[in-house]
Ligand binder design. Sequence first.
Ligand code: ATP
Ligand code: MG
Length: 234
Amino acid sequence: MLAVADIRAGYGAVGILHGISFDAPKGRITALVGANGAGKTTLLRAVAGLLPLTSGTIALEGRHIGAEPANRRVEAGIALVPEGRLVFPSMSVAENLRLGAIARRARPGMRERLAAMHELFPRLLERGSQAAGSLSGGEQQMLAIARGLMARPALLLLDEPTLGLAPAMARLIFRTLERLREDGLTIVLAEQDVRSAFALADGAYVVENGRIALSGRCEDLLGDARVKSAYLGI
Ligand SMILES: Nc1ncnc2c1ncn2[C@@H]1O[C@H](COP(=O)(O)OP(=O)(O)OP(=O)(O)O)[C@@H](O)[C@H]1O
Ligand SMILES: [Mg+2]
């Protein structure tokens, strides 16, 4: 689905991503794990088109999109659920969901998708007219995910969706991602909680200082001595 090859990007003259390559297979969850400041958010922003590439390529279903602006990548099927949720706080839950569907791509089946979001997250239906900023952190994360899905993405990029959430809410979010995978969605998940990410994902990449330090199937990485000592504390 997604093939990222040797990309470099940064902020101003400061290089942050130093030649990163990774693949996200169709219908799978691919985890990007790494410590604070490793470059996970920068990588997702580069894939979404919010940060220009210095070099390298990004292909979505074989089509090169690395030079296209963010809105064209949304139309191509990429949706980013950003770190820190970032819903529009003074707008209602329903308005936030509608804003997720402003791309041309999102028009077919919009009503059905809204109904599917309410089925996925019943809380959002109950809170439809409430200002998004008054939702709990977990509810805001549900809204941010649902808003991303309203764009009818082929590829959903999620940046630390469970950060700061209570364990029960984090489990609910992860179960939702499993359901979305069962429906065939391709997901890339940036996550600091390596144990939870590996339990959920199919394959993973370990990001260190803007480079991929390790990659593989999650079950193999769980047995890797470097992963154990650096990320699992065992
Ligand atoms: N807007 C910015 N301007 C300049 N430098 C930035 C900017 N955003 C991030 N950086 C730097 O880029 C590096 C990578 O940050 P990034 O946010 O991608 O890491 P991360 O892996 O997402 O970390 P975290 O787990 O804390 O979210 C850090 O050194 C950070 O200070
Ligand atoms: Mg981040």
